[in-house]
Ligand binder design. Structure first.
Ligand SMILES: Cc1cc2nc3c(=O)[nH]c(=O)nc-3n(C[C@H](O)[C@H](O)[C@H](O)COP(=O)(O)O)c2cc1C
Length: 202
């Protein structure tokens, strides 16, 4: 496609495009934006991992994902809530770096609502007795009992997983946009904290 998209030289349209891409990532499991890389870290090290995008709110400038309260990322976020997301869509030729402040939600109204919407199969992730990342003394393991591995548990039994479930809400501080085009890349920064948007040299 040689035609330039309407957002090519337009900051406002670029910002709208960002939230359209996030919405598509939320709704479409096959979209590259469905599974961003989430990065957080302590002072001397940072750690990336893929998460599933579970919610977006353009009005409140926040995006969220689900995780296990016992996971490493939660320990890290408790010491340093400054984190970021990396998204890349090859077809759209768009990379997004989103800087955020993360908030851990545990056993509150938001986690309750999200847990109710979490399907039987997805609840499996929260039904392991041991914490994710713990050393397995018994060799290779899924961390789950055989019946849970085989999805042989009732929806009532899956309620046990709620104690390990949390929702990480991420309040957007800034977004960096990179659009790749043969006839000139475009890069922009949206500083939501200071309400300052600007083009950058790619
Ligand atoms: C396609 C894909 C989707 C994933 N989705 C999630 C997710 O939504 N939440 C999550 O906690 N981990 C998810 N993971 C696993 C994480 O990448 C990571 O391995 C795990 O959360 C442990 O990370 P931590 O030890 O840094 O906390 C996903 C992995 C893949 C490959």
């Amino acid at each position: 496609m040689n035609n330039k998209p309407d957002y090519y030289n337009d900051l406002e349209k670029t910002y709208s495009k960002i939230w359209d891409l996030l919405k598509n990532g939320l709704d479409n499991r096959d979209a590259p934006f469905h599974i961003p890389v989430f990065v957080c870290g302590e002072i001397d090290k940072s750690k990336p991992r893929i998460v599933v995008l579970r919610g977006i709110d353009k009005g409140e400038s926040k995006i969220w994902f689900h995780t296990d309260i016992r996971s490493d990322k939660i320990k890290i976020l408790k010491t340093n809530p400054k984190a970021s997301f990396l998204f890349y869509d090859k077809t759209e030729k768009v990379q997004l770096r989103i800087s955020v402040i993360s908030k851990i939600n545990y056993q509150n109204d938001l986690t309750k609502k999200s847990w109710e919407k979490t399907a039987h199969m997805s609840r499996q992730c929260y039904l392991g007795e041991k914490a994710p990342g713990e050393i397995s003394t018994s060799g290779p393991t899924s961390g789950l009992s055989e019946s849970i591995d085989n999805l042989k548990y009732s929806i009532e039994e899956s309620e046990e997983g709620y104690k390990n479930f949390c929702v990480v809400e991420n309040f957007v501080k800034s977004i960096e946009w990179l659009y790749l085009a043969a006839k000139g890349h475009r890069r922009a920064r949206f500083d939501l904290e200071n309400n300052k948007d600007t083009w950058l040299v790619p």
